[in-house]
Design a protein around this ligand. Structure first.
Ligand code: NCD
Ligand code: ZN
Length: 356
């Protein structure tokens, strides 16, 4: 470590532009971790059943607020789950009333709780036209679902076959390509106009696909889109730390109980919320780009969404610590809240300080 390395970093408080907070006991267990660091978060609607109405979103928002520690100022930004049949009027009303910040597009069966997703983009033309007109962002899980397309190619194929034509049909639509994992996505987003952006997760900056197979099958490193080759990880690190406004923070923290991860057919998802900012800071420091962390974490997202920047700040302190191998939520949740955090058992160099 160089002697000029800072001991503290004071940042405008960040937001998480992609998180799964779940529901019930799991929501109770995980919401405080996100609220500790982030002022706001785009909360994914892939509950079972998914959030497809304004009323369901309002009720979910109340459950999220009830799961926060006393005095928390965290604001959940809710999203609508697009189905083949969702009414454009419901989405527009939710946006007008400040309930829906954005809409999430899951290709049907692409990932966890995506069975009710969109079977054919041709079916949601009226929804996309409405969103384009009212300036409501479309958040995309960008993978094709065709069984004959290799799983490691599904993002690149989606960009070529689905995303590029969609953007050509709707040039005024604001689109976030979520949790990008490939050099192809980096290049595509970089070449897009001001209406196109991407979130990048901490785990895709740290691991490549080898992590899933090191010494045996490692379900804690399985998520969707699946981690790719090393050259893609390096392209993502370069993009995230570049200071370019089209790339911003979205953790895709996606907790699943142990029994669902360690199963013959294990669930996709990495739970990174407890040390997410610390994880990003590690990458920015390794890339010699700590001066770009604040823009990536706290400025590019609000600018894209047209939301105000947070006024308060957060301090990262250089203080190496070992991430616990397991985290246990509230006792009432039992096994359902027994979670393995990303970086379990590893040493991280930064810690979020206590003050606000
Ligand atoms: C997410 C989940 O579990 O809800 N899983 C994941 O691997 N990222 C869904 C998603 O974002 O694909
Ligand atoms: Zn996600």
């Amino acid at each position: 470590m160089s002697s000029t390395a800072p001991a503290r970093l004071c940042l405008r408080r960040p937001d998480d532009w992609h998180v799964h907070l779940r529901d019930g006991a799991l929501l109770q267990a995980v919401a405080p971790a996100t609220a500790r660091t982030f002022a706001r978060a785009i909360v994914m609607p892939n509950l079972s059943p998914p959030i497809t109405t304004v009323a369901a979103a309002e009720a979910y928002g109340a459950r999220i607020r009830a799961a926060l520690p006393d005095g928390s100022r965290f604001t959940p930004l809710l999203t609508a789950y697009i189905t083949d049949t969702i009414a454009p009027g419901e989405i527009a009303r939710g946006h007008r009333e400040g309930v829906f910040t954005a809409c999430k597009l899951y290709p049907a069966h692409a990932t966890t709780n995506a069975a009710a997703g969109v079977s054919d983009l041709g079916r949601i033309g009226a929804v996309l036209e409405t969103m384009e007109r009212i300036g409501m962002p479309l958040l995309i899980h960008g993978e094709v679902t065709d069984a004959e397309v290799d799983i490691f190619d599904r993002e690149a194929v989606f960009i070529e076959r689905q995303l590029a034509p969609l953007l050509a049909r709707h040039p005024g639509l604001k689109v976030v390509l979520e949790h990008i994992t490939t050099a192809d996505a980096v290049a595509f987003v970089r070449a897009g106009g001001p209406n196109l952006a991407a979130t990048i997760t901490p785990h895709h900056l740290h691991i490549n696909r080898n992590a899933m197979f090191r010494g045996g099958l490692r379900p804690d490193f399985y998520c969707l889109p699946v981690a790719k080759r090393e050259r893609h990880r390096l392209a993502l690190r370069q993009a995230a730390t570049s200071g370019e406004p089209c790339f911003f923070l979205g953790t895709d923290s996606a907790p699943h109980p142990r029994s669902a991860k360690e199963a013959a057919c294990g669930c996709a998802g990495i739970y990174n919320a407890p040390f997410a900012l610390e994880s990003y800071a590690e990458v920015f420091e390794q890339e010699g780009a700590l001066e770009h962390l604040e823009a990536f974490a706290s400025e590019h997202g609000p600018h894209f969404y047209g939301l105000p920047l947070n006024e308060d700040s957060i301090t990262l302190v250089r203080d190496s610590h070992t991430v616990p191998p397991r985290l246990h939520g509230n006792a009432a949740g039992g096994e359902a809240t027994d979670l393995v955090p990303f970086h379990a058992g590893q040493v991280l160099q930064w810690r979020v300080g206590e003050e606000g």
